[in-house]
Design a protein around this ligand. Structure first.
Ligand code: GLU
Length: 483
């Protein structure tokens, strides 16, 4: 059975790269009827950030990445917490010491600092491997502080990665890394191996920054006599400045993206596209890959073999587009509820049908709050340049507008019934009787009523929204401008 885990360190809020890792782990498990777990790697107490575990847990919940087991919190599964498993690691380290694959090291900070070469690099010189067994026992018994280090053997280590292929590293490039720290806590480098084995993880998915450490992990699995899991390292993810995405570089966290108006389902969809694409194009065009998916759809189509090893870059405009596509398919009443506070703030005029306004804007926004600027002209006509009346294809310009506005002020002014149909018929008649096209009439009308180049609805709908008096007043302002 396939088992995956998302194993964040609680050092802050999740960013898009963290979410991508969690998502890919989740999808690999889900697609194969496997299990997905959350494990909080908090053995580095110095980097621990208060509240980070809860924030990670919340983000996972909001984005729908549910896990299949773990300690119960209320009615749900919670994460495994590494620090609560402290006692589980030392016995494995002791076992490695007994088989000569690890050793106790008593060197203090001063000595270790003195090992720096001219480049400031400090590779441990294996001083403590020379200690006799008697000496080691004596120092352990006297309570002297120690760490346990992995003894890297001579030779070369090769491992396979599903994305990057076979990788071989000369063991001389590796240091005898610390497995157990002087406070008794395991390092991440040791705990991840012990826990991935203890939790029967079959696929380890993580960022490509861990590729260089993987040979050490492979040596540990072998030394402990455990199966080596399948490694899936994800391509580097850069921010818009070309740096690695990270909390430290100030990149937006998932809660911040949500705050900016991105929908959880759109963020998840976008994260899936960072280094992954579906197997086959949607149409005959080789470049036509489908890009919009719900989480449930991703669970069906996700194939780890389609993860690319080339770096991908966060592109907020692409995220906006993905978000817009998810907004388009929201049930209208759901969009209306989300848009209502923004529409209410932008349009205070009484008697406004906010559901109708929401319907007009739903397909035109990439984030919900942008609906406000699409309708703000309703309360107040903005200042505009008369060049807005020019539209080449429509054959309009300020001169045509002058004629169109004169005619509509008179023609619409005579209407007793004021609705979309009567307005549209009136526009057709005015155009036909005066040798103008209906397009010329409507373009001039819409410009005079909105002062904008694009509006979420046509001229006659705007007339309806504004009511007769306001419509005629704005047409007169327009006429004055072009006269
Ligand atoms: N705790 C590590 C991190 O947050 C996880 C790496 C892994 O998945 O093994 O980067």
């Amino acid at each position: 059975m396939i088992r995956t885990r998302y194993a964040p360190s609680p050092t802050g809020f999740m960013h898009i790269g963290n979410l991508r890792t969690a998502l890919f782990e989740y999808l690999i498990a889900r697609r194969n009827g496997g299990a997905f777990i959350l494990r909080i790697e908090d053995t580095d107490q110095e980097r621990f950030v208060e509240g980070a575990t809860d924030a990670i847990f919340e983000t996972m919940k909001l984005t729908g990445l549910s896990f299949d087991e773990g300690p119960r919190i209320g009615g749900e599964y919670g994460p495994y917490i590494q620090s609560e498993r402290k006692a589980d690691y030392l016995p494995h380290a002791r076992f490695l010491v007994e088989c000569g694959k690890a050793y106790y090291c008593f060197c203090d900070k001063e000595r270790l600092d003195g090992l720096a070469d001219e480049r400031g690099l400090k590779k441990y010189d294996r001083f403590c491997t020379k200690l006799s067994a008697a000496e080691i026992s004596k120092r352990l018994e006297s309570g002297e502080a120690y760490v346990v280090r992995q003894l890297i053997p001579e030779g070369k280590t090769t491992f396979h990665d599903e994305v990057f292929g076979d990788i071989t590293i000369d063991n001389r490039e590796m240091e005898d890394q610390i497995l157990i720290k002087s406070d008794g806590m395991p390092t991440y480098n040791f705990a991840n191996v012990v826990d991935d084995h203890a939790m029967a993880i079959t696929h380890v998915v993580r960022g490509s920054e861990y590729l260089t450490s993987t040979p050490k992990y492979k040596l540990l699995y072998e030394a402990l006599g455990w199966d080596v899991p399948i490694f899936v390292h994800l391509p580097l993810l850069q921010n818009e400045q070309g740096q690695k995405i990270s909390k430290r570089n100030g990149d937006a966290s998932i809660p911040q993206l949500l705050e900016m108006g991105f929908l959880p389902e759109a963020i998840v969809n976008y994260a899936a596209l960072l280094g992954w694409s579906p197997s086959s194009p949607t149409s005959g065009d080789k470049k036509d890959y489908r890009e919009i998916f719900t989480l449930a759809e991703l669970e069906k189509v996700f194939e780890p073999k389609n993860i690319s090893k080339s770096p991908s870059a966060f592109d907020v405009n692409k995220l906006r587009w993905v978000n817009g596509e998810h907004i388009k398919v929201l049930p209208p009443e759901v969009f209306c509820e989300m848009a209502f506070p923004y529409l209410k703030e932008a349009v205070k005029k009484t008697g406004v049908d906010y559901a109708a306004l929401a319907k007009m804007t739903q397909s035109r926004v990439t984030v919900v709050k942008d609906c406000a600027e699409l309708v703000d002209f309703i309360d107040q006509l903005p200042e505009y340049d008369i060049e807005l009346y020019t539209h080449k294809k429509m054959k309009t310009n300020p001169e045509v507008a002058k004629q169109a506005l004169t005619l509509t002020i008179e023609g619409l002014g005579r209407l007793t019934e004021w609705n979309h149909e009567t307005l549209s018929t009136a526009a057709t008649e005015i155009a036909a009787e005066n040798g103008l096209s209906k397009g010329q009439i409507l373009w001039s009308l819409r410009t005079a009523l909105s002062g904008k180049a694009t509006t979420p609805c046509g001229a006659t709908e705007i007339c309806e929204l504004l009511g007769k008096d306001e419509t005629l007043q704005r047409l007169k302002i327009g006429l004055q401008k072009v006269s």
